[in-house]
Write a protein that binds this ligand. Sequence first.
Ligand code: HEC
Ligand code: HEC
Ligand code: HEC
Ligand code: HEC
Ligand code: HEC
Length: 477
Amino acid sequence: MRRIFKDLAKGVFRSRLAVLGTILSVVTLPVLVVFTILDMQGVVSNPYFSFINYAVLGPLFIVGLVMLCIGLFTGKADEDIGLFAYEYIKEQLAKPGRISRVRRLLIMVTSLTLVTIFVVGLISYTSFHYTDSTSFCGQFCHSVMEPQFTTYQNSPHSRVACVACHFEQQGGWSAGTKLSGIRQIFAVVFNTYPRPIQAPATHLRPTRESCEQCHLPEKFHGEKLYVKDRYLADEQNSHIQTVLLMKVGSGGVYRGGQAHGIHWHVASENRLLYRSIDKSRKEISEVRLQKPDGSEVVYAAGDGKFAGGGELRVMDCVDCHNRPTHVFLSPEEALDRKMLAGVISVSLPFIKKIGLEAVKQPYATYDEARVGIDRYLRTWYGEHYPELLTKEKQRLEKASQGIFEAYRENVFPDMKVGWATYDSFLGHDGDAGCFRCHDGHHRTVDGVTITNDCDACHIVLAEGVPAGDIIHLLRKE
Ligand code: HEC
Ligand code: HEC
Ligand code: HEC
Ligand code: HEC
Ligand code: HEC
């Protein structure tokens, strides 16, 4: 056995390629094994750590092995050195009495190969999973995914893996996804990706496999009270509330009830298709409702301004919930939330108004925004309420920080994501969202329109009433 190792070493030294390969493999192997174990145990949670392990060390190790094999096999055969070379093995087999030596050799080569296959297999398996991880998707391509990753972290789905909603599984093996992933990595390396990343996303999983794993629309039912908190841009930053009774409804038969209300659109007995003339799905030219009895109702955009063409799509969850996790707030909402949380003190006169002005200025970087917002506040309060600069110094500093945070959580200058880059389709801000169809202009040939009755989707119980009043209102006091 010792002889064989000695011969192997000699064989390696004959070939420069094999020497290089050996050094590469021998140096990377222990690091790789230790890193992989640490990573599987979840000891280190730095995304660069996993990336270096799976995308750099792993391939280096394998390249080393390949170099070693090629070097050995193509090396010149020689009586005492070329034990592993093809020519030598052929010659040995021809000689009588040499069979046992060759057998020993084969056993050794086989066991070495098995160990190698095990190590390579383990690495490939863990690295395959690594590329599915939230850390790889969200953090490694840090600057590219920053807007989506940050908003995701601030959303109700911050513990759901990116791949639970993205990337359809193709035949149980997501090879297609990985290929598209490789394309994306090239786009990052060669800096050819669009800024901002375009919505809507492609390759989303069918919602049966994603959303409906956790939310079953046939299990929603009835109506739900929504309370919206807002602050006015007046001196008191008046806190007001709007209360809606939302007809959440159900997407199926629930305890004997029919599909109804808002989730009626996704009931399995209906198929609702729509055609949009633009990629962003904002302009809808035609809506088709296919009923269980086989009949079809077609609503076309009224004035015939969009004739023909466009993608026909079956409506599903993300046609309304297009921002279930990448929730980009408007500047008003972002500040309202900080005020509700007490980060921005409502005791500072006009803070909502001035905060809004400050946060909407154009800034090229976060540093510029931090300094700019602070300067804007100081200048304004210096002119109008100079005593506050000293008396309310701390509150003002905290507010300035809070306004900057609101900016940083929603605006991403590097990726050219501003306050209004991504639209939400969940309500009817402007003409977007529900009013893409429910605008009173989509009608059948008989003149029936898709409803735009205010009470079809919700009942506005109170709009913009002073906060606190709603309790009296609901109690009929
Ligand atoms: C709960 C489901 C869900 C999770 C979890 C999720 N996404 Fe998304 N993502 C979506 C949906 C839905 C869209 C499509 C938006 C549209 O249609 O406009 C989207 C869109 C995107 C887009 C396109 C740009 C945009 O904002 O529309 C990117 C990039 C993206 N996601 C990255 C990520 C990354 C990175 C993660 C993990 C850190 C992640 N997503 C986790 C549901 C999800
Ligand atoms: C792995 C499970 C899981 C998946 C997949 C998932 N969700 Fe959720 N979702 C949750 C949980 C849990 C909550 C409640 C979180 C909370 O209240 O903090 C939630 C909350 C929500 C809410 C309420 C949000 C709010 O602001 O209160 C909506 C709407 C929603 N999900 C839609 C979706 C849609 C659309 C998809 C598919 C694109 C999806 N979810 C995929 C688990 C999931
Ligand atoms: C026609 C638009 C539309 C479609 C399609 C739709 N939803 Fe909703 N969904 C809404 C609206 C509107 C609300 C209530 C308003 C809000 O959450 O801000 C809501 C509320 C929800 C909630 C919160 C419910 C609660 O009781 O708190 C969940 C979860 C949800 N939807 C999941 C889904 C899933 C999963 C699908 C796909 C099977 C889906 N929705 C399809 C519009 C839609
Ligand atoms: C792609 C077009 C489209 C979009 C977008 C859309 N709807 Fe609809 N909706 C329809 C059609 C078609 C009907 C059936 C015709 C009707 O009832 O007028 C309908 C019916 C409804 C109904 C009545 C259901 C019942 O009980 O009969 C409600 C409630 C509703 N939609 C709410 C919403 C809400 C809320 C949104 C936005 C979050 C929305 N819709 C977005 C096409 C759409
Ligand atoms: C097709 C369904 C639909 C119709 C029709 C509709 N709304 Fe809404 N509306 C919504 C949804 C969904 C939201 C909630 C969005 C959210 O959760 O942020 C909403 C939110 C609102 C809000 C609260 C806005 C806020 O955030 O403070 C008001 C006020 C409102 N609607 C008034 C009206 C009035 C007035 C009409 C009639 C002209 C009307 N809506 C018609 C679906 C509808």
